[in-house]
Design a protein around this ligand. Structure first.
Ligand code: FES
Length: 571
């Protein structure tokens, strides 16, 4: 890449006559009412995704204006451009199916349009991963700006935040502890401002990961969406992008093996969303970086949970921001971090952390000496039920269920689950293990269905948690003793495909194992009789089905990942 800004003259349209292409482009740009002076400035693209189907991006127009202000103040020409928008709860079958589509949109539009740097504004769960994936592949200087989390609502004297409290109240409703009138009141009090979910769910986890990777400006991950400081962060991101345009620092210089390891450490210290493992794996994969399950577990075992936020703890993102945010956690983790990693403000992580810390609320961000938990929040499991791995959020699970063997109660797919889970005749007991099949990336675009509901007859009897296993994902705001992302998934013929009700399954968190206690020859016999589900024939669904990888590879498309050859063991 040239170190000189190319501005509007970059990447000219190909007519076989460069001067004509330049002349035509400038004449069309003039039709937007831009002066010649501005047309000669470095160009900063602003990737935006406001949508009437994305509540989390409601304030994006105001953020965009603030970024434009920053770009202009620093001597650049801001050019907002749209990409698709992924509003988590408005997409069918799942938002996960469209993350890679948005990543392709972001990558191609950054590459195709004449910009020297880009600020990407995202927030809702899949948008930040998609933007980071696209930026790493396009490899033009890029800054991630997040929309910021919601503020909490109030109900009967307690604070409510989407969506941990959504699930908590829905569980009470199913158990008959909350009536229809109250659940309707709560519905209007869970998500009361613009911004992303108010707890350490996937959106907040990815915001913190982006800051830790060095792709967002320091101190910006946790600022609430409605706080005036978020607009300041937007303006500063615009200014920083103009600096990057003249002193290029590319995403592949920022997203390195070392910064990815730092980000995994942050994920553990936050006890963040299990989804973030898939997303960070995909972002790293775009740079040809893979972190093995063994290294993930090593990082987890070395990194204490330091942040006391829902769904694992008690606080909300507004508390985290006031407590010191990502900077406070990074300072506690400092001895474990790679400090020479670059950030998009042009400094190393070491230089950032050498600055004074400011006040830290130790009720929210703990010290390493007095952590929320001495071990990281997430671990990778493997075993005969998940030969290529599975994920378990130990910090959100019930410790008495960590070493158990139980009888499988199997649901063949999401429809089967919906039809039978509340059947009073369902043969299920509190110490059984619930198993959901065919909800993996290929089978069902990996919905957040891993948080199987407790069968209502058990919920009404007071059962709060059971071991649940699937190839699905789980919302970052959910909790329970839940094994997720089982790979290979059922729809591609993993052992999960042939589990039957009545089989015995063993979970050992200490040994990081998940095993199907069925003799190998019986597993082989059942697999021989297994047939794959039909494939979609056209459109994006067919492309997705053909190309999506399994969870341990980040569910990226096989033709978009970086330069790690398939089948090569990661370092
Ligand atoms: Fe957008 Fe939760 S719905 S972050």
């Amino acid at each position: 890449m040239s170190s000189d800004p190319q501005g509007l003259d970059g990447g000219l349209t190909n007519y076989g006559d460069r001067d004509f292409a330049r002349y035509l482009r400038r004449s069309m740009a003039r039709s937007m009412g831009l002066s010649n002076e501005l047309l000669n400035k470095p160009v900063v693209g602003i990737a935006i995704s406001p949508s009437g189907f994305n509540n989390c991006h409601r304030y994006m127009p105001e953020l965009t204006a603030a970024v434009e202000r920053g770009v202009l103040a620093a001597g650049g020409l801001p050019r907002p451009f749209p990409t698709i928008s992924l509003g988590e709860v408005f997409l069918n079958p799942t938002s996960m199916m469209f993350r890679n589509l948005m990543a392709m949109d972001v990558e191609e539009m950054i590459r195709a349009q004449p910009m020297d740097a880009v600020v990407m504004i995202g927030g809702c769960d899949k948008t930040v991963p998609a933007q980071l994936m696209g930026a790493v592949s396009a490899n033009k200087p890029a800054i991630q700006l997040v929309t910021g989390p919601m503020m909490t609502g109030r109900h009967k004297g307690e604070r409510l935040g989407a969506c941990t409290d959504c699930r908590r109240f829905w569980g009470k409703f199913r158990a008959g502890e909350v009536d229809a009138v109250e659940i309707a009141q709560v519905e209007g009090r869970l998500a009361v401002t613009a911004g992303t979910c108010a707890v350490m769910g996937t959106a907040s986890t990815m915001a913190c990961i982006s800051e830790t990777l060095g792709m967002s400006l320091p101190g910006t991950a946790a600022i609430p969406a409605v706080d005036s400081q978020r607009l300041v962060a937007a303006e500063e991101s615009g200014k920083a992008a103009v600096r990057l345009a003249s002193q290029p620092l590319t995403p592949r210089q920022v997203v390195t093996r070392e910064s990815v390891e730092n980000a995994f450490r942050m994920l553990m210290a936050l006890s963040g969303s299990t989804n973030a493992i898939v997303h960070l794996t995909a972002v790293a994969g775009r740079a040809g970086i893979r972190i093995s399950p063994e290294r993930l577990n090593q990082i987890s075992d070395e990194t204490p949970v330091l942040v006391d936020l829902k769904p694992v703890g008690s606080g909300y993102m507004e508390d985290f921001n006031a407590a010191g945010g990502v900077g406070a956690v990074l300072r506690e983790l400092r001895p474990l971090l790679h400090l020479d990693c670059m950030t998009v403000d042009g400094r190393t992580l070491r230089e950032r952390l050498d600055e004074p810390a400011g006040w830290i609320d130790r009720g929210v961000v703990r010290t390493r000496e007095a952590p929320v938990s001495p071990l990281g929040g997430l671990i990778a499991l493997s075993g005969t039920l998940a030969p290529d791995g599975a994920i378990f959020k130990r910090a959100a699970a019930t410790e008495s269920l960590f070493e158990v063997e139980g009888r499988a109660v199997v649901f063949e797919n999401l429809e089967d689950l919906a039809q039978r889970i509340d059947d009073p005749e369902l043969d299920v007991h509190a110490n059984d293990i619930l198993v959901l099949k065919n909800a993996g990336p290929v089978g069902a675009a990996m919905p957040e269905a891993g948080y199987l509901p407790i069968p209502s007859k058990l919920a009404r009897a007071g059962v709060k948690d059971m071991v649940r296993i699937s190839d699905a994902r789980m919302s970052g705001t959910a909790y329970g003793t839940i094994v997720l992302h089982v790979a290979p998934e059922a729809a591609v013929g993993g052992p999960l495909a042939i589990v039957q009700s009545g089989d015995r399954i063993a979970l050992s968190v200490a040994r990081k194992r998940i095993d199907l206690l069925v003799p190998p020859d019986e597993i082989a016999r059942r697999l021989q009789a297994w047939t794959p589900p039909p494939e979609p024939k056209r459109g994006y669904a067919a492309l997705y089905r053909r190309s999506v990888t399994q969870a341990p590879l980040g569910c990226d498309f096989d033709f978009l990942a970086g330069d790690v050859p398939a089948g090569v063991a990661p370092a």
